[in-house]
Ligand binder design. Structure first.
Ligand code: BG6
Length: 471
């Protein structure tokens, strides 16, 4: 790693690896008994429209065909020296309609095969239980319906029991706070966002939070060795200026996200939300026992980090910055990626410290990376590759800040880069936006062989992991 001698900062046993999500890379959307999920009818990504049934232009239906190529892909991850691999289980592979009484054996078998393959190479699976997909089950309107807690309970009990000796690290809901911005994709809610009341939105969030805490409880009962974390979309807000009103605005915007981590880490609703609920006429309906369930706090806090945002109290200055979900005010000091996401490595050090100061629980960075257009070229040995120095620089700069945070005293379990193998983007459903160390020959017009090629960053990451191991 360039720039600083921080090799000794990363602790022994640090979980280096990469991250993915079922709906963005598995493909095989209707094979072996899988039911449809909310993603299968969303061809344009998180913020695009939905269709009545799967359409050919939906890149996620084939994804990058991990379902059939997992052995080849895991071998490549092992070659890079991965200690962990983050993947999600497609709920609709296990319970095709969401409310089924019995699970789909073939779906369960698929993940058994994947976990066994990972075990062959000593790679620890890191499993997201629900990553931006809910079984379609239109009649429930997603998490606004309390019945989903029961269906989820059945799902987690099934997978915890089945994989209790194969998986140790679990994440409940991917970017649970994202449901505020993308209620269909993140919380399976059919009611269009414009028509959705804040009351329903936060009630749905309450159901997810209860379900998440219930998963922690059930998981620890099934295997006390399980480490179960929440997963937060991490986006620190800076005041746009030193005006006190901007500082307060940044605090408020941060709380909109921290609220979710606060409940997971502290086991109760934070008092600051009372005012927000009051001012927005929200009254969370709790059932007896909910408060008790929420007390099942997580073992660690995981989060994604791509960018920071600025907050201003001045409505004149509020311009939309880009992002797949959250639009902040652009920071005049930062450059942006091709997709307009502002690049801020120091923001990662900042948010690591923010989370650790607040909770004193271990942290896990489970997403970070650069979405970019890659050009496939041929090297001097005739091998196809991508010279992705921009990605190497991006990751290097972020890792330098991670090391700084560890020096600051932050307890960090691991780091998994997003989309370690190219996959379909969540925000825009493109393949043109690539994050991987491994290039996948598939294009947005559906062409491509699906063959895999190592990018320059493949060997770079391999070297980083090997060097850190030796340190
Ligand atoms: C996170 C999601 O929001 O960002 C991932 O957890 C997603 O699913 C990632 O892919 C990157 O976003 P995008 O829109 O570039 O795919």
């Amino acid at each position: 790693m360039k720039e600083k001698n921080i090799m000794n900062s990363f602790p022994k046993g640090f979980l280096w690896g990469g991250a993915t999500a079922a709906n963005q890379f598995e493909g095989a959307y209707n094979e072996d008994g899988k039911g449809l999920s909310t993603q299968d009818i969303a061809p344009k990504g998180v913020i695009g429209p939905i269709t009545s049934e799967p359409t050919e232009d939906n890149m996620k239906l084939i994804g990058i065909d991990f379902y059939h190529r997992y052995k080849e892909d895991i071998k490549l991850f092992a070659e890079m020296g991965f200690k962990t691999f983050r993947l999600s289980i497609a709920w609709s592979r296990i319970f095709p309609n969401g409310d089924d009484k019995e699970p789909n054996e073939k779906g369960l078998q698929f993940y058994d095969n994947v976990f066994d393959e990972l075990a062959k190479y000593g790679i620890e699976p890191l499993v997201t239980i629900s990553h931006y997909e809910t079984p379609l089950a239109k009649n429930y309107d997603g998490w606004v319906n309390r019945k989903l807690i029961g269906f989820f309970k059945n799902y987690v009990t099934t997978i915890f029991t089945r994989y209790k000796d194969k998986v140790k690290y679990w994440l409940t809901f991917n970017e649970i706070n994202s449901a505020i911005h993308a209620p269909y994709m993140s919380a399976g809610m059919w009611t269009p966002k414009e028509k959705l009341s804040k009351q329903d939105l936060y009630q749905a969030m309450h159901h997810e939070l209860v379900a998440s805490a219930l998963a922690v409880k059930i998981g620890h009962e099934i295997n006390p060795e399980f480490k179960i974390g929440c997963m937060i979309l991490g986006i620190p807000n800076y005041p746009l200026t030193s005006m006190p009103s901007d500082v307060l605005k940044a605090m408020e915007q941060d709380r909109q996200n921290l609220f979710f981590a606060d409940i997971h880490a502290r086991g109760e609703y934070p008092r600051y939300m009372n005012r927000f609920f009051k001012e927005n006429n929200i009254e969370i309906k709790m059932e007896p026992g909910d408060k008790e369930i929420l007390k099942n706090t997580v073992d660690f806090i995981s989060f994604s980090y791509y960018m920071s945002a600025c907050a201003t109290a001045d409505p004149e200055k509020i311009k939309k910055g880009a992002g797949n979900l959250i639009h902040g005010v652009p920071n005049p000091y930062l450059k942006a990626s091709d997709w307009g996401w502002q690049i801020d490595p120091e923001g990662l050090r900042y948010i690591l410290n923010l989370f650790y100061d607040r909770y004193q629980k271990p942290l896990f960075i489970v997403e970070n990376g650069l979405g970019a257009v890659d050009e496939l070229t041929t090297d001097e040995n005739g091998n196809k590759t991508v010279n992705d120095d921009y990605r190497i620089n991006y990751l290097n700069d972020h890792l330098v800040q991670v090391a700084e945070a560890i020096e600051d005293g932050v307890e960090l379990l691991g780091y998994t880069t997003w989309g370690c193998i190219d996959l379909v983007s969540a925000g825009t459903a493109e393949l043109k936006k690539r994050y991987g160390f491994i290039y996948v020959d598939r294009n947005d017009d559906g062409s491509g062989t699906l063959d895999r090629y190592k990018k320059k960053s493949f060997n770079w990451y391999k070297e980083v992991i090997a060097t850190m191991e030796r340190a």
